[in-house]
Design a protein around this ligand. Structure first.
Ligand code: 3PG
Length: 206
């Protein structure tokens, strides 16, 4: 099993993907991989998300599929069943944290405050999705959290794009950044996979 260090050694940019049509999943994943982006967060925001993730797991060998928008222990069980290598949530509940602590794949709970961070740390987690990153105070907020929680590591998402990804990645407590900017819905609808590959190549991948 890859742990979080192994995962972020593969890629420090994680596309947050909303699959509208299951047929988009495989060509999209191939376009991302061709652009050097191998870690994928497939969200459970759409009904096609989980089925699309299953197809990518089966057909796109170089993609490392994670499931996002994991809101409940049931969502997490579905992510594990589909073969996800990691999972993320925009937040956390006590039930989700307890399930995630024994789910067998790396899990990043979402936090936006010190108290949420402390609750997740209490379940043994050390790396967190910082969401919604920009709205929750941006880099100054993350730096402030670094004071009392020097060991905590973060994957910020929410408001991150080509213009500011490098700035976030330069923060010492940021292991990776995520966002939807690499996979615009209009390009997926149009099947413009080449544009997605180009955008990945242009993204900062230190
Ligand atoms: C997420 O679910 O991680 C965020 O909604 C992604 O935020 P963005 O659309 O601002 O990149």
């Amino acid at each position: 099993m890859m742990d979080i260090d192994d995962l972020v050694a593969v890629s420090r940019i994680i596309p947050v993907i909303t699959i509208a049509q299951v047929e988009h999943a495989v060509p999209l994943a191939r376009a991302l991989v061709a652009g050097g982006v191998r870690l994928l967060e497939i969200t459970l925001r759409t009904e096609a998300g989980l089925r699309g993730a299953a197809r990518i797991v089966a057909e796109v060998e170089d993609a490392i599929v994670g499931i996002g928008t994991v809101l409940t222990p049931d969502d997490l069980a579905r992510a594990v069943d589909v073969g996800a290598r990691f999972a993320l949530s925009p937040g956390a509940t006590p039930a989700l944290l307890a399930a995630a602590a024994r789910c067998g794949i790396p899990f990043l709970p979402g936090i936006a405050t010190a108290s949420e961070l402390m609750a997740a740390m209490g379940h043994g987690f050390g790396t967190f999705k910082f969401f919604p990153a920009l709205a929750a105070g941006g880099i100054p907020a993350l730096r402030a959290l670094g004071g009392p929680f020097p060991a905590a590591r973060f994957c910020p998402t929410g408001g991150i794009g080509a213009a500011n990804a490098a700035e976030w990645l330069a923060e010492p407590n940021v292991v990776a950044v995520g966002g939807s900017w690499l996979t615009p819905a209009a390009e997926m609808r149009a099947g413009n996979w080449a544009a997605i590959t180009s955008r990945c190549k242009a993204a900062v991948v230190p």
